[in-house]
Design a protein around this ligand. Structure first.
Ligand SMILES: C[S@@+](CC[C@H](N)C(=O)[O-])C[C@H]1O[C@@H](n2cnc3c(N)ncnc32)[C@H](O)[C@@H]1O
Length: 185
């Protein structure tokens, strides 16, 4: 279970997400209509696999991971719907453009926002709000509420859930996009 010790600085945890946390995180996704899903922070790949198990046969999953070791660990995921991309979540707009992605249905993030650089977090949240369809959602788990106000500033609506059945227990944020578009109207 202790998986991330070598990469603690960027992974932000030493434990794999529990099946309960994964189910809670993905609960808001309407898999019957999701055709373009982006995942930020692949880690051990357990959320990637859970997404692929639920996604439509014609859907696309773009999974971004910064760390070479985690990219290598997930090389055996050869599902044709999956694009495993090594890169920084802060470069999501350029990556989405290069891959020819249109509006995104969901972004599922395991990024350790609380220990990341503020400017990078800001860039990721603004880009996510901008790239998601109005009907889409940004889903994020965290081990504290420290990022709640940050998320509330960047998204039109934020709902917070909680699961005890993870080590450590985790908060799940369900964020509705459209903040920038609403401000522009
Ligand atoms: C908390 S771990 C994910 C754990 C995963 N949910 C699991 O159960 O295995 C966070 C992941 O985000 C990745 N990461 C951190 N900063 C990143 C960035 N700027 N862009 C992309 N991935 C990043 C880390 O390398 C790590 O794999």
């Amino acid at each position: 279970m202790a998986l991330h010790i070598k990469h603690l600085k960027t992974s932000g945890t030493i434990m794999r997400s529990s099946p309960f946390l994964i189910s809670r995180l993905l609960r808001a996704i309407d898999f019957s209509r999701a055709t373009t899903v982006v995942q930020l922070g692949v880690g051990t790949g357990c959320i990637t696999k859970a997404l692929l198990r639920r996604m439509r046969p014609d859907a696309r999953l773009i999974s971004l991971e910064l760390n070479t070791a985690f990219i290598e660990e997930n090389r055996d995921l050869t599902d044709p719907r999956l694009s495993l991309v090594q890169g920084c979540a802060g470069d999501l707009p350029a990556i989405a453009r290069d891959l020819g992605l249109g509006e995104l249905d969901y972004i599922v993030s395991s990024l350790p926002l609380a220990i990341m650089d503020d400017e990078l977090v800001e860039r990721i949240l603004v880009a996510s709000d901008d790239l998601l369809a109005d009907s889409g959602m940004f889903l994020q788990y965290q081990y504290s509420l420290s990022q709640r106000s940050n998320l509330e500033r960047r998204f039109r609506d934020v709902r917070v859930g909680f699961t005890l059945v993870n080590i450590p227990p985790a908060f799940v944020y369900e964020c509705t996009p459209g903040m920038a578009r609403a401000a522009a109207r």
